[in-house]
Design a protein around this ligand. Sequence first.
Ligand code: SAH
Length: 251
Amino acid sequence: MEFYILTIFPDLIRCYTEFGIVRQAIKKGKVKVEAVDIRKFAPKGQVDDTAYGGFPGMVLKPEPIFSAYESLLEKNRKPYVLITEPWGRRIDQRFVEELTQKERVAIICGRYEGVDERVKSIVDEEVSIGDVVLSGGELVALTLVDAVSRLLPGVLSEPMSIEEDSFRNRWIGYPVYTRPREFREMKVPEVLLSGNHRLIELWKLWHRIENTLRKRPDLIPEELTPEEEDILESIRRGMSFEEWLESKSLS
Ligand code: SAH
């Protein structure tokens, strides 16, 4: 999959892609990330200008962005074109999964007061990271590159972990622990040390459901399995996991 990120700060993109999973994905040839420097397409390097109408702040000019975009078309088929906007479609896991189906994605990163509206004529979709105003679109573009990269087959060394991810699974994540078993009198739950896989799976499910109920009740699925229904009700009644196991004679 190819990403072309149109930006006036290409070094921001290069920096992030040199680390972690994104770097791995690039090294394995699963994803290509090219920072396209808008400034290189601007006569005399001028990428912004004052806004018509006397609004405060500067606006990114259309010509360099069009030229940068057209330079992509010379080499390749038309990419799917996104632009970062605070009011755009909110990025979520479903959107990221949709993007993995595209071969080539261009992301135009706004700066200053925004991008000249005429640029929208080459844009397929406006995307947002959430109801917050950033100073530029680069973090949003990198968010997409990052989230897409880890989903591409062959990128993660533990592909099963994707299936367990929040938003992919029906419930959000469960708490995780590592060594030491006891730290400042806080102990790792016994079940996780037991080696009993059935109990460990139940523990995970219980804590996923508990996390979802307490932190993101809006994500509770509409259709529940009898087991999920039972766990959810038990948590609502104030039962602990251990008490629930005992009530089922499972402990
Ligand atoms: N004048 C704009 C804010 C401009 S912020 C307004 O009134 O909303 C500068 C640029 O940063 C934007 O053009 C956009 O490309 C990017 N940006 C800022 N916040 C964003 C967000 N939440 N999601 C996506 N892009 C954002």
